[in-house]
Design a protein around this ligand. Structure first.
Ligand SMILES: Cc1ncc(COP(=O)(O)O)c(C=O)c1O
Length: 372
C-alpha cells in the first residue's frame, strides 16, 4: 500500500541537495579543521549567522544584525529558549486562534494561559479582535506579556498577515506593552513572484520583536538548524537558561557553505516542486468535494486547511483514510484551546508529486463516506 503522508511540515525529499551537501561538507571540514575542538558558544558559528543575515536581506532589503543572531537546534529550541526565559507560569500569552501545535504544546508545558485571537485565512490575525481582547484585559487590570505570531504562510492556514495588519499589530503591542515573537519559518516558500509584506522585525521601531527562523522548511528538519534574533536586553534574558554550549559548528558550516552560493537556485527548484504539489491538492479537492468543503488556496508555505461539513464523523474519516494509507492532521491539534473542530490540515510537500492526486482522492472519498 502507498503511504500518502500529508502530516508534518516537511519539505520535498526528492529535491534534498545530497550531492551539493557532500561537496559543502568537504569544504566545511577543510576550512574548520582543528577549530572544531572549540565550543561554538551561544551565538553559534559566525559563517552561518552571515548566511542568515544575507537570507533576510534577500527578501527584506536589510541585513539581520549578525551579533544578535543565535543559532539553535531547529527553531523549536529558539522558541523553547525564548518562551521559557521570558514567561512564567500563569502568564497570559496571545496567539492566532489556529496556531502551530508545537508552540501550543510548549506554552501548555510552561503552564501559561493561552488566548487565541481570531484570524482570517487569507489576511491573518484580526487586529480589531486583538484590540478588543487587550482592552478587556486592561479593564480587568491584567497584563498579557507576549504575542506569538506567524505572519508568513501561517501554520496551519497559510494566511499572510497584510502590511496594514502588521502595522496595527505593532501599534497595539506598543500601546499595551507586549513583546512580539515573530515566527518566520515559511517566508521563503512562495510559489509566486509577488513580494510578501515587510517582516515585523523590520517594521519594529521600539525593540519589541524577537525574530525566529529555521532551515528545516527549506532544507530539512533532520538538519536541526534554526535561529533567533533578539536585541538587548532580550538576548541576555533568553540565553540566561541555555546550557548546551552552542549548536554544532560542523553542521552549521556545511549549511552555510551550501546556502552562501545556492540560496536562490535552491529556492527556485524546491518552490517549483512544492507549488506543483499544492496545485495538485487543490485541483483534486475541486474535482471531488467542492460541493461540501471549503479550503485555503495558499500562495506559499507547506499547508492547506480544509473546513469540513459540521456533521463529519472525524473518527470514521480518519480510519477510512488510514485504511488507504492516507495520513493528515486534524484541526483540533492547532486550536488554541484544543477545541474539537471539523477541519483538517494537509501538509503537501512531502508526498511524491505522482501520488498526491491519488492520496487526495482517497481522502475525499473518506470525507464523503464520513458524512452521517
Ligand atoms: C510555525 C513553526 N514554528 C516552528 C517549527 C519548528 O521547526 P524546527 O524546529 O524544525 O525549525 C515548526 C515546525 O513545523 C513550525 O511550523
Amino acid at each position: 500500500m502507498n503511504d500518502f503522508a500529508f502530516t508534518g511540515g516537511r519539505p520535498d525529499p526528492d529535491t534534498f541537495p545530497t550531492e551539493k551537501l557532500i561537496e559543502a561538507s568537504a569544504k566545511a571540514l577543510q576550512n574548520l579543521g582543528g577549530n572544531l575542538v572549540n565550543y561554538p558558544g551561544d551565538n553559534g558559528y559566525q559563517g552561518l549567522r552571515e548566511v542568515c543575515s544575507l537570507r533576510f536581506k534577500r527578501r527584506e532589503g536589510v541585513p539581520l544584525p549578525i551579533d544578535q543572531i543565535s543559532i539553535t537546534s531547529g527553531s523549536m529550541q529558539s522558541l523553547d529558549l525564548i518562551l521559557r526565559n521570558l514567561l512564567e507560569p500563569g502568564d497570559i500569552v496571545l496567539t492566532e486562534e489556529l496556531v502551530y501545535s508545537g508552540t501550543l504544546g510548549l506554552l501548555r508545558h510552561l503552564n501559561t494561559n493561552i488566548i487565541g485571537v481570531p484570524l482570517d485565512y487569507v489576511e491573518g490575525l484580526d487586529p480589531d479582535a486583538l484590540e478588543d481582547i487587550l482592552i478587556d484585559f486592561h479593564h480587568k487590570n491584567i497584563k498579557p506579556k507576549l504575542i506569538y505570531v506567524t505572519p508568513n504562510h501561517q501554520n496551519p492556514t497559510g494566511a499572510i498577515l497584510t502590511l496594514e495588519r502588521r502595522k496595527r499589530l505593532i501599534e497595539l503591542a506598543e500601546k499595551f506593552d507586549l513583546i512580539i515573537v515573530e515566527d518566520d519559518c515559511y517566508g521563503d516558500i512562495d510559489f509566486t513572484p509577488e513580494p510578501i509584506p515587510d517582516s515585523l522585525f523590520k517594521l519594529d521601531q521600539s525593540n519589541r520583536v524577537i525574530y525566529v527562523a529555521t532551515f528545516s522548511k527549506i532544507l530539512g528538519a533532520g538538519v536541526r538548524l534554526g535561529y533567533f534574533v533578539a536585541k538587548p536586553p532580550y538576548d541576555n534574558i533568553i540565553s540566561n537558561d541555555r546550557w548546551d554550549l552552542g549548536t554544532s559548528a560542523l553542521s552549521s558550516a556545511i549549511v552555510a557553505e551550501f546556502f552562501r552560493d545556492n540560496l536562490d537556485q535552491h529556492l527556485a527548484i524546491t518552490n517549483a516542486v512544492v507549488g506543483a504539489k499544492c496545485r495538485a491538492v487543490t485541483k483534486t479537492l475541486e474535482e471531488h468535494v467542492s460541493d461540501i468543503c471549503t479550503w485555503t488556496k495558499p500562495r506559499g508555505g507547506l499547508f492547506l486547511w480544509v473546513d469540513l461539513p459540521e456533521q463529519t464523523n472525524m473518527q470514521k474519516m480518519q480510519t477510512l483514510a488510514a485504511e488507504k494509507g492516507v495520513h493528515f492532521s486534524t484541526g483540533n491539534a492547532f486550536h488554541a484551546t484544543g477545541k474539537p473542530i471539523k477541519a483538517i490540515r494537509i501538509a503537501y510537500a512531502y508526498c511524491a508529486l505522482d501520488h498526491v492526486a491519488d492520496g487526495i482522492r482517497h481522502l475525499c472519498h473518506a470525507i464523503r463516506t464520513a458524512q452521517n
